[in-house]
Design a protein around this ligand. Structure first.
Ligand code: NAD
Length: 496
């Protein structure tokens, strides 16, 4: 692949409206996880590379913040049209570097594009508030102003969608952006950046810097970066949040997850099984909203466990580009090893692997990092496997005797991204919604992913910060509030 985004096999950064080689010479290979083929090399940009991008973003900010909001959203309308026109091509790029099926790749893109749509509402969303006569003849206004340069740091598993949780709102609010995508899946954003360029944003408004931890730390430390939006694993989210705070900047950092589904005996078991299997094994379990634990209540254990075993065993694993494939590989050999070790640990700790996906082979793709869907039954709620984020196609099934006990297990967990309940009881559903200490709740829904106009609300160790991604939270995060108190006595100005 030799396109403007790549030179001699190495991806280029996009800085100040130009595709430029990183000054750093070190690179990492970007590999197709299904075939093992090398797609490109990602430069591990240095603090100097990040500094160049921040300088371009700072220079662009001076004029971009003065562009009227109604004009700032015009490139977003063009971007939306371009993204729609290129969805198939972008989905292919995601499948090649991330491994998910084409349907999953297209699905994530469409959820990302919704944010571009919502951000075009900025002239209304960004309005302030005002009140006349807070005291006699004195008025008070609250206006919102952009914060400045925003750093956006994203993970490997949704390379198309997650950058779009942030970038559209940030620029619509008048900020400029330096985006650092995952070094494992960087080509998707390289391609999207070409469309961003074509949409006509002025140079420097959106910049792309490839790299890993050094680039992240340089962005978080740079004094001209005023806000950080981060998504990734909990240890890195915690690190980025603490470092951004120590540097006096605002940060929203979304972390890892271990999402439980509670199944009551009165649930529609066929529907529950189908939805739970999609939630657990979709995207090979590499979704922050994947369910990785099912807590069966009372006789739901027998009704559910056999069915989910059949659903897991019949799922077709293969290369995501091929028709009929329902689940692709995990991202890397390291990831496969880690997941297989965790399955072994679960089994050694007493869990029963009623479906065991270790050692999966896909004919023709012997270099691929495939793991079949795996079901661990009778998992002890206190065991390590019950608490560790596996981030692979592994579902742990455990038992509780009542909905109260199940909710207590949900609430003891360190993570709080999502919890779901399957039932036909409205009262149980209300109790669950009310008591579950998580940010996203699904009732008879297995992936409770908020639409773009709602916040993506992880809690506890799944999120560090207060304002979340998407919608009005994004507008609050990317703007400073300024209050103006005004008195204009007629004696000062009336000349007629
Ligand atoms: P990761 O934490 O390894 O990487 C995320 C980003 O941080 C990448 O851009 C990476 O370059 C950078 N990074 C990695 N290590 C770093 C370090 N030591 N110092 C500074 N920066 C570092 O995450 P990943 O493996 O790419 O993604 C999977 C994780 O992301 C899972 O834990 C998953 O649950 C989580 N995730 C969360 C959400 C959410 O909304 N809460 C969404 C998607 C993924």
């Amino acid at each position: 692949m030799e396109t403007p985004v790549i030179a001699q096999g190495t991806l280029l950064n996009y800085v100040g409206g130009r595709w430029t080689a990183a000054a750093a010479r070190e690179t990492l290979p970007v590999r197709n996880p299904a075939t093992g083929e090398t797609i490109a090399a990602a430069p591990l940009s240095s603090a100097k590379d990040v500094g160049a991008a921040v300088a371009a973003a700072s220079a662009a900010f001076t004029s971009w913040r003065r562009v009227p909001p109604g004009d700032r959203i015009q490139p977003l309308f063009r971007l939306k049209t371009l993204l729609d026109a290129h969805v198939a091509d972008l989905a292919r790029v995601i499948t090649l570097e991330c491994g998910k099926t084409l349907g999953e790749s297209e699905g994530e893109l469409k959820r990302g594009f919704e944010n571009v749509e919502v951000a075009t509402g900025i002239p209304s969303l960004m309005m302030g508030a005002g009140l006349e006569d807070i005291a006699s003849g004195i008025d008070e206004l609250m206006i919102r102003q952009p914060v400045g340069v925003v750093g956006v740091i994203t993970p490997f598993n949704f390379p198309g969608m997650i950058p779009l949780w942030f970038m559209p709102y940030a620029v619509a609010c008048g900020n400029t952006v330096v985006l650092k995508p995952s070094e494992k899946t960087p080509t998707t954003m390289a391609r999207v950046m070409q469309l961003i360029e074509e949409a006509g944003f002025p140079p420097g408004v959106v910049n792309l810097v490839h790299g890993g931890r050094d680039a992240v730390d340089a962005l978080v430390d740079h004094p001209d970066v005023r806000a950080i939006s981060f998504v990734g694993s909990t240890p890195v989210a915690r690190h980025v949040y603490a470092r951004a705070a120590a540097n006096g900047k605002r940060a929203q950092c979304q972390g890892g997850a271990k999402n439980p589904i509670v199944v009551l005996p009165d649930a529609d078991m066929d529907m529950t099984t189908r939805i739970a299997a999609d939630s657990s094994f979709g995207c090979a379990g590499q979704r922050c909203l994947a369910s990785s634990v099912v807590i069966t209540v009372a006789e739901a254990a027998d009704l559910f466990t056999g069915r989910i075993g059949e659903a897991a065993a019949s799922r077709k694993v293969g290369y995501g580009l091929e028709a009929g494939v329902e689940m692709g590989p995990v991202i890397s050999a390291d990831s496969k090893d880690r997941i297989e070790r965790l399955i072994a640990k679960g089994v050694a700790g007493g869990a029963k692997a009623i479906v065991d996906g270790r050692g999966a082979r896909v004919s023709g793709y012997e270099q691929g990092h495939f793991i079949g869907p795996t079901i661990l039954a009778d998992v002890d709620p206190e065991s390590e496997i019950a608490h560790t984020e596996i981030f692979g196609p592994v579902l742990s099934v455990m038992r509780a005797s009542s909905v109260e006990e199940a909710i207590a297990i949900v609430n003891r967990a360190a993570y709080g991204n999502m919890a779901c309940l399957f039932t036909s009881s409205g009262a149980a559903a209300r109790q669950f919604r009310y008591e579950a200490r998580v940010g996203n709740v699904g009732i008879n829904v297995g992936v409770a992913a908020p639409m773009a106009y709602f916040p993506f609300s992880g809690w506890k160790d799944s999120f560090f910060g207060d304002l979340h991604a998407q919608g009005r939270d994004a507008v609050d995060f990317y703007t400073e509030k300024k209050v103006v108190v005004e008195r204009w006595p007629a004696t000062w100005s009336r000349k007629f």
